[in-house]
Write a protein that binds this ligand. Structure first.
Ligand SMILES: Nc1ncnc2c1ncn2[C@@H]1O[C@H](COP(=O)(O)OP(=O)(O)O)[C@@H](O)[C@H]1O
Ligand SMILES: [Mg+2]
Length: 387
């Protein structure tokens, strides 16, 4: 064997950027993609088009791969077990990944290992949601599908039995998967602690970031989280490293956190886990010595991990959402001329309103300036400002 073949399941932008990070290392990539037009399928040479939910498709795809890793968390756990039984390294493995696939399993396990979570339990219908509310602070209550959600799809804040009732039909969850109820956390802001762990057990922690959400979608990430105390930052990194170790994670782990302030004391509560490169780590492409994508690839191949430290005092990532104006390329002229330090990352996706089609990174010494440049570029690309 010379250079290994990394098999990625899922053809989205995370696979595209992971592939990009593997190019300088001379790695070969093989992709299992839903369609030949998917973001990563446009750039990876060896693409299998097929359904990741079909075991035989997965088995065929895995032939010739030295390791399998993921762009998304939706491959059924039993299929991953079957691939492992066939002797193919799956990283992260099914026993770890299930905690990123199923929010009910994740809550149970994190609670067991003493990681702070919102009050939660699986609910069976609207009356049960009312009971859950009455057991605590009352409404509003957050309801989530345990599997299949992303970008806020699959999360509802309900204020009454009637509202909760819309998620159920004849005593069954309409989504076809169990519903998890959570106390609505009164958070100050959302943070993410990103770590990478290798099969060896080596691990690195990136600076803790603030992630600003708009309508359930990540809008901007600020690295490091402004004003976060050293103590809380250290706590968040330690928590993420502990979760990675306890759950046996291999590769990138994003721990989405709520920063709380109960009675004037800052604290942390875990929202959810992602075991793959994550939107809250996109800033590392231009803002850290080693990007999350490069470290994910190193980890799944059990290579020594790269330095996670920042290159600049501040890095800001802003997501570029599709606007009503489909020709984003024409906006490059203005954006690049205005800010020569701007880094644009586009995913090759059709521009549709509200869809994540790319992101920009900016960095520098002055947070207000770095933030303004990122905001401007993302808005201009979207077409919401015209100069
Ligand atoms: N228990 C909660 N309390 C308050 N807000 C929440 C809670 N759970 C989720 N949210 C809000 O909803 C967003 C999406 O929830 P999340 O579980 O992360 O779903 P997704 O899988 O779509 O990212 C979170 O980023 C947060 O803003
Ligand atoms: Mg989330």
């Amino acid at each position: 064997m010379t250079f290994p073949v990394v098999g990625m399941v899922g053809g989205g932008q995370l696979a595209r950027m992971t592939h990009e990070a593997g190019i300088p290392l001379g790695l070969r990539f093989k992709l299992l993609s839903d369609t030949p037009q998917d973001s990563a399928a446009q750039v990876v040479g060896d693409v299998v088009v097929g359904d990741y939910r079909d075991l035989e498709t997965l088995r065929g795809f895995a032939q010739g791969c030295d390791v399998i890793t993921f762009d998304h968390e939706h491959v059924p756990t039993e299929h991953l077990r079957a691939l492992e039984a066939d002797g193919i390294p799956v990283r992260p493995g099914p026993d770890a990944l299930v905690h990123a696939q199923d929010k009910g399993v994740m809550r149970a396990r994190l609670t067991e290992i003493g990681v702070p979570c919102p009050r939660h339990r699986i609910v069976t219908g609207p009356e049960d949601v009312v009971r859950f509310a009455e057991e605590g602070e009352g409404f509003p209550v957050v309801l989530k599908t345990v599997r299949g959600g992303y970008d806020g799809k699959g999360v509802w804040i309900v204020r009454s039995a009637e509202e909760a009732g819309e998620l159920f039909l004849d005593g069954q969850s309409r989504a076809g998967v169990p519903i998890l109820a959570e106390e609505k956390v009164d958070f100050v802001r959302e943070l993410a602690a990103n770590v990478v762990r290798s099969p060896h057990g080596q691990a690195v922690a990136y600076p803790v970031v603030e992630s600003v959400q708009a309508d359930g979608v990540c809008d901007m990430v600020i690295a490091p989280a402004p004003g976060l105390s050293e103590e809380l930052s250290f706590q968040a990194q330690e928590l993420a490293l502990r979760v990675a170790k306890e759950l046996g994670v291999v590769g990138h782990l994003a721990v989405e956190l709520f920063e709380t302030n109960v009675g004037g004391t800052p604290g942390l509560v875990v929202n959810e886990l992602a075991m793959r490169p994550h939107n809250s780590g996109h800033w590392t492409q231009d803002g850290a010595v080693t990007s999350q994508f490069a470290n994910h690839v190193r980890a799944v191949l059990d290579l020594p991990l790269g330095d996670p430290r920042p290159r600049a005092p501040w890095t800001v990532m802003a997501n570029v959402l599709g606007g009503d104006y489909p020709d984003m390329y024409s906006a490059y002229l203005h954006c690049m001329a205005r800010d020569p330090q701007l880094k644009i990352h586009m995913y090759g996706k059709d521009v549709k309103p509200g869809r994540k089609v790319g992101h920009v990174n900016t960095y520098g010494d002055d947070l207000a300036d770095v933030r303004e440049r990122a905001r401007h570029a993302a808005d201009y690309l979207r077409g919401t400002i015209v100069e």
